[in-house]
Design a protein around this ligand. Structure first.
Ligand SMILES: [Zn+2]
Length: 466
């Protein structure tokens, strides 16, 4: 029997698009076929939206070949390359199924649903407009990975090839050579330190650089695609070796950084301008500190110093906090408050009923504009009042719960010698922390129950970070 044809179909809808991606995607399929049985069909500058099938001679030829039973497989990038019109697509798939033509979408590995061979399913897939939206997004992402508009270390040529940028080439070569030797966190940190300065990039950027297969001339996002238009810095094997070594180091590095960022309190404010401060790193990433960039006195406190101070303050507070008195007072006052609020609520409820009755039994009869009447507005405002009482009561109850927690935490720490739960105590006791050049200021809750708390706590003098 005569061997049947394999058709590779490609289409771009306007002159400024190019077929490169589609050609690259069907390349692996073409390489598996006999050369004599391949037919390549390119529709340039053909919008399937605007032209009917009769106006697409290349497509007409394909259909003719299929009808003659000469086609075995048809390759296209995805559904949208073949047709945009639902009815044309359905007729075409009918013909293919009838003549046992297998359709292969070469972008299937990238999230496009493969040909189902089921006319009903194909109908659905062609109908769903949102699939097209996704396709466009997917194609854009894909194109950006394969043909980025800019890539650090490269110059993009007119012919869409990527050549190494001479001014950065030696630094990047060195970067990739050196990174192959990095096998421990002790080496990774100084490595990042060195290239952060040398390439003027952040740690995140450097990590992305080291984990980007583009520098090996590959797209490995889903499947494996060579990028012949890229002049690689490393081989694929080297790239994979680097990934194997680097993954655990990156994780460990990120864990370290997060640990440095940990504070018992939220981020402190600048004492001078009251601006919330952002954490900053020192150059070897061994410290996180806070400093204000405004023109006043410079403040530098690292997270260790702040945490140490916080613990000291919390210890002093709970040693002097009359927690029993606090709990007794708040329990008693809640009882009082609840009684008052419940009474007020009861009165409001009565008023609501009375007002509603007035509306219901009024002699004036039905009024179209009833919801604009004063009396109805009064009901609304009474209901609002009722809800406010409810909220007020909730708030007071929450306060009592917090005081009970505080009591428990304090008793645990002082009487039962349980390790101090600094974080929980901070939430309950500290409103705000402000940093000054010579001191740290704490805005503290429950001051009325803290006996003789010193205004000043002197700690070991801090060392400035340079
Ligand atoms: Zn400031």
């Amino acid at each position: 029997m005569k061997q049947k044809l394999r058709i590779f179909f490609r289409r771009v809808s306007s002159a400024n698009q190019d077929l490169t991606t589609q050609i690259e995607f069907d390349r692996i399929y073409r390489e598996q076929c006999d050369k004599e049985h391949i037919v390549e069909v390119n529709e340039n500058d053909t919008s399937a939206n605007k032209l009917s099938i009769a106006q697409r001679p290349e497509m007409m030829k394909i259909i003719q070949l299929i009808k003659e039973g000469r086609v075995e497989k048809l390759y296209a990038y995805d559904r949208t390359r073949l047709f945009r019109d639902y009815y044309e697509a359905q007729a075409f798939y009918h013909t293919c199924i009838e003549h046992n033509v297998e359709i292969i979408f070469t972008s299937s590995s990238n999230g496009h649903i493969g040909f189902t061979g089921d006319i009903f399913m194909e109908g659905l897939l062609n109908l769903f407009g949102d699939i097209e939206g996704k396709n466009i997004a997917r194609r854009t992402r894909e194109a950006r990975r394969k043909y980025p508009s800019r890539k650090f270390g490269y110059i993009k040529t007119e012919q869409k090839t990527y050549q190494k940028a001479p001014e950065i080439e030696s630094a990047l070569v060195q970067f990739f050579e050196e990174i192959q030797q990095i096998r421990s966190l002790d080496l990774f940190t100084p490595f990042l330190n060195k290239y952060r300065k040398m390439l003027a990039k952040t740690d995140d950027y450097l990590i992305r650089l080291a984990t980007d297969p583009f520098y090996a001339g590959y797209d490995l996002y889903e499947g494996e695609y060579t990028l012949p238009h890229v002049d690689p810095f490393i081989t694929k094997e080297t790239f994979l070796q680097i990934q194997g070594q680097l993954n655990p180091l990156i994780k460990a590095y990120e864990t370290n950084i997060n640990k440095l960022l940990e504070l018992y309190i939220g981020f402190p404010k600048c004492g001078y301008c009251l601006k919330p401060l952002k954490p900053r790193f020192n150059s070897d990433r061994s410290l996180v500190y806070f400093s204000c960039s405004k023109g006043h006195s410079k403040i530098y406190y690292d997270t260790f110093t702040i945490n140490k101070t916080v613990v000291e303050v919390i210890e002093q507070i709970i040693a002097k906090l009359n927690v029993n008195q606090l709990l007794m007072d708040s329990t008693n006052s809640l009882k009082e408050i609840r009684k008052m609020i419940k009474q007020a609520q009861g009165e409001t409820e009565m008023l609501i009923k009375e007002t509603e009755d007035t509306i219901l039994f009024s002699q004036e009869g039905y009024d179209k504009e009833w919801n604009k009447q004063d009396i109805y507005q009064e009901v609304l405002s009474l209901q609002q009042q009722y809800r406010l009482y409810e909220e007020e009561l909730d708030k007071k109850q929450q306060l009592l719960i917090e005081n009970k927690q505080l009591h428990q935490l304090t008793v645990n720490a002082i009487e039962n010698q349980v390790a101090l739960n600094v974080k929980a105590l901070c939430d309950l006791l500290i409103n705000d922390v402000r940093l000054y050049e010579q001191s740290i200021e704490f805005d503290i809750n429950k001051c009325d129950y803290i006996l003789n708390l010193d205004d000043e706590i002197i700690l070991n003098p801090k060392e400035n970070i340079s």
